[in-house]
Design a binder for this molecule. Sequence first.
Ligand code: SF4
Length: 378
Amino acid sequence: MSALYLHIPFCRTRCIYCDFHSGTDASLQERYVEALCIEASMRAHELPSATETLYLGGGTPSQLSPALLHRLFSGIARHIEIGDCTETTIECNPDDLTSIYIEALTQLPINRISMGVQSFSDTDLRFLRRRHTSQAAIDAVKRCQKAGFGNISIDLIYALPGQTLEQWQRNIDTAIALGIQHISAYALTYEEGTALYTLRQNGSVKECDDELSLAMYETLIDRLQAAGFEQYEISNFALPGYHSRHNSSYWQNIPYLGLGAAAHSYDGLCRRYNPQDTMLYIKSMEAHRCCYAEEHLSTDDRFNDMLLTRLRTRRGINCDTVRTSFGDKLSRYLLRQATPYLRQGCMEYDAPYLRIARRGIFISDSIIADLFHIDEKA
Ligand code: SF4
């Protein structure tokens, strides 16, 4: 089992919080799609087994015209078997999803839509420099449902400056009322280099305090659980049977091939990183030259990666797998490091699974970092 990711680095405009690799020069799109197909021809052999999931992320993949999407799918399919994928997702911006565009998506082997909604408040959307309104997002979801898409995910952001708990609750309730199958929700982060980061630095915006952010997260979990959603990962909630198979493969250390500018790949032993430079990527592919940087993973890297990915899931990490993969010493180390958190109720051990308990979710990053193994001699 393996997964394929295609990065589409085009957006019509840039949102103030975003540090994903993308640009607004649409004139590069045709060359870029050809470049992706060339890269598929050069790197198909890196996939160790049949591709089970395909994910078009970005950027904004829905900035590609239906004709370019057709060209992309047929170009990739010449080199990689994608016909048997059980899940093929495209990330979309609500205002790209006209009836005509959605109809075109139904003609492609796409069975899952992931929509960047972020908020159902127009004030929030304007602040974030999103291109759509709340109503436009609601209408886009309904159009997708009418066209037959039965697996729709939306992204939401909470802990926005000035956002109240009541406003956030209304966002969650609006999302639930839409009858979608999956919700990803993230606290707003201030990434260096973004316009939002600058606004905070110069005092124009004030960050939401931790207490309110935690209350918003708790509300999110409670309301979604009451509506039948399972929290299967720290930021991801799905109706039964609708978890993202593609993202779950990242959390289960399943090998994946990422094609495109800024895309990453992983085969269990090494990671490869394409450059975050769309023009450099296109020129390299046109010269039929791979352009990734490579990092061979040490035992500690692989152990820490396993913690980082699996402890984000509700199931947690299987300590038997840790012992089989890394030996007794590291598995004993893991349980030793986890002991204070088990005592505090921030972690749970339900043999053989060790997981972060609800009480520890909000501090999960620091718990996981504390469990990492760093060989002093390395
Ligand atoms: S958040 Fe999405 S639409 Fe906005 S700039 Fe980033 S990739 Fe583009």
